[in-house]
Design a protein around this ligand. Structure first.
Ligand code: GLC
Length: 551
């Protein structure tokens, strides 16, 4: 295995949410041509790869995670020719391309779901999904009382009386992974995109594909006490391994082998390590820092535990602070510390119930300056760690969550299915500000599909490019220094250093990273400061990270 084959083990991957990145055709929705037009920006930023959230044909019941056709492009986002042009441009700029595969469910507009509806109960077409008769004398009660991830039942009834299963929205019927056609559909899909030159895949809800829904099924109350794992009807069953082993054989037929990273919200890091084994996906998201407070002990535990799991599974760890499903970390860190995660998703720090929402802000109010300082410090901390790191579009600008959006503008099914009690994830999906004036702040000519607040202009790329003290300049320096660092160390080079309470410090060869998670300034060792996330003097102020070259 050469670096050419294992680039992903230490890569920084920039997540693009295509509808909200850049709109080249002026219809208010971001598109592939918009991404192509920003290749130079991504190259200058210093990331190694981009991961695109779904851009496939979709009714957008769940922002595109309801896929009508896995092997095409939504006409509003572009065409397959646009995809090829984008891939060629990104490759020429030295950037790899990762696409999102959504194998737990299709959309209710997928040709096979439409066929299943038309074919009726007992038909072969229904076997590709999970259809059941209802309970009660007339079959008008759902097979179980389980709640779906976005609220409401996991079962929806169709006109002929049967019910189908969906872990997410009713527009996202779950596949039956016991069916050979389903296996074939996804093998065809990963070949299709690999043949088009895609370098890797992000696997949505990777831990839920294998299911055992044979009777008797537990009640919702019983289900809540069954840990994810072999005994759970759908989360993290052992049988998912066989699916990814089959995919790995396809990935490895390409040169270089295609990489994959699983989105597996599995609490037990040991179990999560399975997905990352070299004979399965190769890597799995570690979301511990998404759930953690900006607190030394929580970061220390997460790093120690995840580096150990990565070593055991023969992979490398991943570090993520923000993505399209959670409150942006610049906002999260400006809110009071939450009690340590209770294992539920979303964890307490990320819950956006309506009490959280105030016009123009959040309740409790956000300390935006502190949030940004901590966000930069945390980012610099993770960028020095062994493994790969993810940057979510806009975090390089220091963007905050858009807490205040009118109900009429919201799109996330979480908002609708919870009847407005959870405002959902639209606040981190508002189109990027490229300029500080003009239509859509440079996003595109038309009104953006989610409205940008007035304060977005303060975070505009053009403004930050002109300001050496802006977050963008800091990200560029941090990412370029990381590349230098990787020339001199391997993933094995990592040692915790002694540090005062509230401070974490680690060494990678001759380099050291020091982060003060507290508020009291801490002493720094001698050495040359290569980059600091905020002003530093002789001591390290609170909410600040420095990268040192040891004396
Ligand atoms: C994943 C995606 C999320 C989506 C869900 C259902 O968690 O990240 O955005 O809503 O899967 O596909």
């Amino acid at each position: 295995m050469t670096q050419r084959d294992t680039w992903w083990k230490t890569a920084v991957v920039y997540q693009i949410y295509p509808r909200s990145f850049a709109d080249a055709n002026g219809d208010g929705l971001g598109d592939l041509a918009g991404i192509t037009s920003r290749a130079a920006y991504l190259q200058a930023l210093g990331v190694d790869a981009v991961w695109l959230s779904p851009f496939y044909p979709s009714a957008l019941a769940d922002g595109g995670y309801d896929v009508d056709d896995y092997r095409d492009v939504d006409p509003r986002i572009g065409s397959l020719a646009d995809f090829d042009a984008m891939t060629a441009t990104l490759h020429a700029a030295g950037l790899k391309v990762i696409v999102d595969i959504v194998p737990n469910h299709s959309s209710n507009r997928h040709r096979w779901f439409q066929e299943a509806l038309a074919a009726g109960p007992g038909s072969a077409a229904r076997e590709r999904y999970i259809f059941r008769d209802g309970k009660g004398p007339h079959g008008d009660e759902p097979p179980t009382d389980w709640r779906a991830a976005f609220g409401g039942s996991t079962w929806t009834r169709v006109p002929d009386g049967q019910w189908y299963f969906h872990l997410f929205a009713p527009e996202q019927p779950d596949w039956n992974w016991d069916h050979p056609d389903v296996h074939q559909e996804f093998l065809d899909t990963i070949r299709f995109w690999s043949d088009r030159g895609v370098d890797g895949f992000r696997i949505d809800v990777a831990h839920a594909l294998a299911k055992d829904l044979t009777e008797p099924l537990p009640t919702a109350a019983e289900l809540a006490h069954i840990p994810a794992g072999p005994g759970h009807p759908f989360y993290d069953r052992d049988e998912v391994d066989a699916i990814y082993r089959e995919w790995r054989q396809v990935f490895d037929q390409y040169d270089p082998p295609r990489c994959a990273v699983g989105e597996a919200w599995v609490d037990d890091p040991q179990r999560r390590g399975r997905y990352a084994r070299p004979d399965l996906l190769g890597q799995a998201f570690n979301f511990d820092l998404l759930r953690a407070n900006f607190a030394a002990a929580e970061f220390h535990d997460s790093v120690t535990q995840n580096l150990a799991v990565a070593r055991q599974s023969g992979s490398s760890s991943t570090w993520v602070l923000s993505n399209h499903d959670v409150v942006r970390h610049a906002s999260r860190y400006g809110l009071p510390l939450a009690p340590r995660g209770d294992g539920a998703f979303p964890p307490p720090t990320l819950r956006r119930d309506t009490a959280w929402l105030l016009t123009g802000g959040t309740n409790p109010p956000e300390d935006t300056a502190l949030g940004l300082r901590r966000a930069k410090a945390a980012t610099q901390f993770i960028l020095g760690l062994p493994g790969s790191a993810y940057v979510y579009q806009g975090e390089e600008l220091g963007l905050r969550e858009v807490a205040a959006l009118d109900a009429a503008d919201r799109q996330d099914p979480t908002f609708f299915r919870s009847e407005g009690t959870d405002v959902g994830r639209d606040g981190c999906r508002v189109p990027l500000p490229w300029t500080d004036h003009g239509p859509g702040l440079g996003f595109g000519e038309a009104t953006p599909h989610l409205p940008q607040p007035e304060w977005f202009k303060d975070y505009a790329v053009t403004r930050e490019e002109a300001d050496p003290a802006a977050p963008l300049a800091f990200y560029r320096q941090a990412l370029h220094l990381r590349r230098d660092l990787l020339h001199s160390v391997t993933d094995e080079d990592f040692t915790w250093l002694d540090a005062p309470a509230g401070v974490l410090a680690y060494a990678r060869g001759a380099w050291q990273v020091w982060t003060n998670f507290g508020e009291t300034p801490a002493d720094l060792p001698d050495g040359q400061i290569l980059l600091a996330s905020g002003p530093v003097g002789k001591t390290l102020p609170g909410a600040t990270t420095v990268l040192l070259s040891a004396a």
